[in-house]
Design a protein around this ligand. Structure first.
Ligand code: C2E
Ligand code: CA
Ligand code: CA
Ligand code: CA
Length: 279
């Protein structure tokens, strides 16, 4: 029995050890990623279908890992959330995105704003309002050009605190978009309780929109709701002409997705032009 016990114990430690080093190494590397200049922001434009123009660009974080190559948020955002590095990383993203947005005002993208994703931890632990206004000042960026994207999980347990922070951000002139709309169970509550200035329909409703009548009905309902609340809406993850056409037909005024372009490094975004298409 003793033997079995030890074997069982060994079995568990072995299987944990098989996984842990890789994650530990990644976490370790993440500590120095910022100072080594390995993080960068890729940008993905949002097309205003009524004007045929880009009206904002979303900032999406990337990590150029020295050995593993290009890493996406799914590989490291959870680690950064867990160990708290997300605070320093999030601050850096905000600073860099504001600077880049200021720079592209003079490079053919005047009036085009930037959208920055915020995680729950940033929202609760950063001195967010102070840091946002500092970033805007340092970058000489008009607050109206910055939008923060939050999700339903960002602030679900702290309604009053969230209300206060969002009101202060709104007072600065910054926009607040509710990301991944429709995926949680509190979407409507969020709209009611918080000063939201934009909605993003989650990609999961867009993917099969051409074939799935239920998804079509849900998207239509979200678009109509946003319209009656007078909140601008963006559909994310639009990959095909068919999806874009259908969304336009349903009254959606803005789209983002591979149909236009994958997220691009800054140097490419200023040379990028809207692909010719007739929606
Ligand atoms: P999200 O905010 O929902 O961002 C949209 C994701 O969909 C991005 O993935 C984008 O590259 C991808 N995408 C865009 N168009 C299409 C399309 O047409 N088809 C498909 N299949 N995908 C498309 P990405 O860049 O890997 O980011 C994943 C998530 O990581 C983001 O989801 C966001 O929640 C988070 N994230 C990204 N950057 C940051 C950041 O700076 N801070 C924080 N806290 N989170 C971030
Ligand atoms: Ca987003
Ligand atoms: Ca989203
Ligand atoms: Ca998402």
């Amino acid at each position: 029995a003793k033997e079995t016990g030890r074997n069982t114990y060994q079995f568990y430690t072995n299987s944990l050890n098989a996984l842990a080093p890789e994650l530990l190494r990644l976490e370790n590397d993440l500590h120095t990623a910022l100072e080594h200049g390995e993080l960068s922001i890729y940008y993905q434009p949002q097309l205003d279908l009524t004007k045929g123009k880009i009206h904002a660009i979303e900032a999406l974080l990337r990590w150029h890992h020295p050995r593993q190559g290009l890493l996406y948020p799914k590989h490291f955002i959870d680690i950064a959330e867990e160990n708290g590095l997300i605070l320093a990383i999030g601050r850096w993203v905000l600073q860099q995105a504001c600077r880049d947005c200021h720079a592209w005002q003079q490079q053919g993208l005047a009036g085009v704003g930037v959208a920055v994703n915020l995680s729950a931890r940033q929202f609760l632990h950063m001195n967010l309002v102070e840091e946002v206004s500092q970033c805007l000042r340092d970058a000489h960026l008009a607050p109206e050009l910055l939008t923060l994207e939050i999700t339903e999980t960002t602030a679900i347990h702290h309604v009053q605190r969230t209300q206060l922070i969002l009101q202060e951000l709104r007072a600065l002139g910054v926009g607040i978009t509710l990301d991944d709309f429709g995926t949680g169970y509190a979407s409507l509550n969020y709209l009611k309780q918080f000063p939201i200035t934009g909605l993003k329909i989650d990609r999961s409703f867009i993917t099969d929109i051409e074939g799935d009548r239920q998804d079509q009905a849900i998207v239509k309902a979200i678009i109509d709701l946003a319209k009656s609340l007078e909140i601008p809406i963006v559909a994310e993850g639009v990959e095909t002409w068919g999806q874009g056409q259908l969304l336009q037909h349903l009254g959606c005024k803005a789209i983002q997705g591979y149909l236009l372009t994958e997220p691009l490094p800054y140097s490419q975004v200023i040379h990028w032009s809207i692909p010719r298409m007739r929606l």
